[in-house]
Write a protein that binds this ligand. Sequence first.
Ligand code: SAM
Ligand code: SF4
Length: 371
Amino acid sequence: MTSREKILLPLRTSAPSAEPLPADLPAPAADGTRALADRFGRVARDLRVSLTDRCNLRCTYCMPAEGLDWMPTEQTLNDDEMIRMITVAVEKLGIRQIRFTGGEPLLRKSLEKIIAATKELTTDEGKPVGTAMTTNGMGLARRAQKLADAGLDRVNISLDTLDPELYARLTRRDRLKDAVAAIDAAIEAGLTPVKVNAVVMPGVNEGSITELARFALQKGAQLRFIEQMPLGPPEQWERAQMVTAQDILDELATEFEMTPAEEPRGSAPAALWDVTDLTDDSVTGQLGVIASVSHPFCGDCDRSRLTTDGAIRNCLFSNSETSLRDLMRAGASDDELAEKWAGAMWVKKPGHGIDDVGFLQPDRPMSAIGG
Ligand code: SAM
Ligand code: SF4
C-alpha cells in the first residue's frame, strides 16, 4: 500500500488557475483599490488565513486518525509571501478583519511575526486591522501574552466536551487540561471576548451541551455551538443524523432560560441568545448557535479565504479555487494579484448547496481550508 492509499481524504494542492477573469468583473477605483464583491451584492471584509494544514489533534469530525498527507513546505507560502498576500487584501481589497486559522495556527513558529506585520496595516476606514485566531489551544497558555503583545485582539478556542475521557476520544489526544488552561490564559491576556467553539456530533457529545454552557457562562467566555458540517472524513457525517441547531436549543432550554439577543446579527454566523441558568440566576450571559447546515447564512457571508498554499477560496464548500502562489512567485504585481483575487470572489455562488441533490464535498478537508 502506498502512503497515499492510506489517506481517507486525498489532498489536491491547488494548481495556478488558468481561468480568465470574469468578463463582467468591475474595474478598480482610480487608486487601484477595489472591493471583494460578488454578483449577488455581497462584499468580503473578513479574511480567513490558514497558516498551516498541520495539526496536533485528530478531531474525528475533521481528520482521520492517521492524519493527512501534510503539504510539502515548498508548496506553502513562506512568511514574506503570507504577509504580502495579507497586505494586498487589506490595502487593495478592503479587508478589515483577519482571522488566523489552520490546521493548528499555533504550530506556525512565526505566528507572532505574522500577527505583528498584520497589525501594522490600516484598513480603508483608517483603522487598524482587526486580528483574531481560531485555535485548539494546545500550548496557548504559554504563548497567550506574547500573542496579545504582538497585536492579536481575540481568540476562539475549540472545546467540544469537559469530560476528559470523551475529549480524548473525540480529539484522539488526552489534552483536555491544555484546552481549559488555554481559555484561562486567553482571558488573563485580554484576548477577549474569548469565544469557545463546540461542534456537536450525534451520539458523541450531545450530553456535554448544558455542562459546556454553564462552564462558559461561569468563565465569562462566549460559547458557540456549531452544527457539524460535511468537511471531514465522509463517514463521520450524515445529514439525517446530524444534531441541528434546534436540537441544541431544545437541550439548552431544559436548564436555561433563553431569549434571542437584541443586537443585530449582521454578517456574524452565530445566532445569539441571552441565557440565565434556571438553577442559579446569578449565572447569566450569551450563547451562540451556528446553524451552517440547517439555516445557512450564505446571503450575509462576508468572507474570503486564503489557504496556506496560496489559494483563494470564495466559500468553505467551493469545489474550485484560484491559486495566486505561482502567479506571485512568477513576479506578479500587487495589482495583478488583487485583480485575480477579486475575480475569484466575483464568481462566488449564492449558497453552499449542502442540501442540493448534487452536493459534492470539497476535495480539500477542513484542516487544509481553514475553518
Ligand atoms: N485547529 C483549530 C481549531 O480546532 O480551532 C483551527 C482550525 S479548525 C478546522 C477551525 C474550526 O472548525 C474549529 O472550531 C473546529 O471545531 C471546526 N470544525 C472542524 N471540522 C468541522 C466540521 N466538520 N464541522 C463543523 N466544524 C468543524
Ligand atoms: Fe486539528 Fe482543529 Fe481539525 Fe481538530 S478541528 S483536527 S484541532 S484542525
